[in-house]
Design a protein around this ligand. Sequence first.
Ligand SMILES: Nc1ncnc2c1ncn2[C@@H]1O[C@H](COP(=O)(O)OP(=O)(O)OP(=O)(O)O)[C@@H](O)[C@H]1O
Ligand SMILES: [Mg+2]
Length: 433
Amino acid sequence: MPGADRRDLIAGLGAWAGVGAAIALILIFALSGKLAPGLATVAVMLIAAAAFAGRALARRQQEKNAARVFAPASLDDGALLQALVQALPDPSIALDGDGRVVALNASALGVAPALRAGEPALLVLRTPELINAVRRVLAGRLPEQVEFSERLPAGRWFEVFINPIATPPDALAPQKDLILLTFHDLSQLRRVEEMRADFVANASHELRTPLAALSGFIETLKGPARDDAGARERFLNIMESQATRMARLIDDLLSLSRIELNAHRRPDKPVDLLSVVRQVIDALQTLARDRGVEVSIAPPPAPLVVPGDRDELIRVFENLIENALKYGASGKRVEITFARTGSGQPEAAVAVRDFGPGIAAEHLPRLTERFYRVDVAGSRAQGGTGLGLALVKHILNRHRGRLSIESRFGEGATFTVRLPLQDGVPAAVDKKP
Ligand SMILES: Nc1ncnc2c1ncn2[C@@H]1O[C@H](COP(=O)(O)OP(=O)(O)OP(=O)(O)O)[C@@H](O)[C@H]1O
Ligand SMILES: [Mg+2]
C-alpha cells in the first residue's frame, strides 16, 4: 500500500477509535452515576481526536497539491534538480537537509567561489546573516529573505531568497528537506541610489552657497550699509551675479533631466558642424578677448553634416570652447580642427585643443561626472557649476556620439567630439539658428 493511503487509513482508524472510546466512557460513567467528570474527560478526548484527524487531513491535502506540482519526469529527480538550478538566471544553490550542496549554477560560483557539490555550504558562505537565515530555514522550513553586502573585491549587495522545496511525497531520503537559495544582485540599484543621494547633496550645496551670500548681503543692506550708497552699489552687483549663478545652475539641471528623459530618442535634423562651431566662437568672442586668447579654426575640406539637434550641439561646443578659454587661457591660443574618420560608419571628429595647464591623469575619467571639478574654488570663481561636461556627455550619448579627452599635466588639453555622419545627401541642412 502506498505511504499516503496507509497514512489516510491510520488517520481514519485513529479518529474513529477516539470517538468509539468516548462513547464507551460516557456509558461507563453514566452507569456508575458520575456523569459530570465523565463528560469533561470525553470532551478532552474528542478534541484530541479532532486535532489528530485535522492534522492528518491537512497533510493529505499538502500531498495532493505536491502531486499536482510534480509531474512524472523521465530524468531522475537529482538530475532534474541540477538541470533546473543551472537554468535559473540568478545565482542559485540547492542544499539538502544537512546544508550540503545538492545543485548549483555557474553564477553561484561568482558569489561564493569555494562552493562544491556534495560539500557543506555553510562553511564557505561566510556572511553571518546569510548563514543564520539558512540554519533557520533548514530547521523551521519557513521561507526567509536576507540582504547582505560584501566590501571586497568590489562593493556588492545581494538579496537572497531562501525557500524550502516541497518534495514529492515519496521522495527518497537525499531529496527530502531541500532548500533553494537564489541571489538577487542589488549592486546596480544601490549604486544608482548612492548617485542620486550624492546628486541631491551636491545640488543643494551648490544652491546653498549663492543663497547664503544673497541672504548675507540683504541683511547688510537692511542694517549697517543702509545709508551707504557706494556699498549698496557694490553689494547689488555681487547679488546680481550670485542670482545669475543660481539661475544657471537650475537651467543646467533642467537641461540635464530633459536630455536624459529623451535619451532614447535620437535627434535627426541634419546639422552642419562648422556652422555650429562658428556661431559659438562668435558668441564667445568677448570672453576670448578678455582672456587674451586667439581662437583658430581649420575648416574641413567638405561639409560635415550630422543628424542632430542644433541647439544641443551648440551647448556641447559652447561648453568645450568656454572651458578652453577659461581654464586654458594661459596657453594664449585655442585650435579647433575638423576631420572625417571612422572605419565602418563614417564619423565627424571635432577637436578643441588648448595649450593651458592641462589636467592630471587621475581626474580624466571623472570629468564628465556631475559637479566634478578639478579645482572647485577656481571653477566657482569663474562662475562654473561643474555640470558642463556632464551635459556634453549626455547630449553626445543622445546623438550616438562620444567625447574623448586627452591631456597631460602642463601640456594643455584636447577634447574631441565624435558623431556619426548623416547617411546620403541631406535635403536641407540646418546652418543657421
Ligand atoms: N580645457 C580644460 N583645461 C583644464 N581643465 C579643464 C578644462 N576643461 C575642463 N576642465 C576641468 O574640468 C572641470 C569640469 O568642467 P565642466 O565644464 O564640467 O564644469 P565647469 O566648467 O566647472 O562648470 P560649467 O561648465 O557648468 O560652467 C572644470 O571645473 C575644470 O576643473
Ligand atoms: Mg564648463
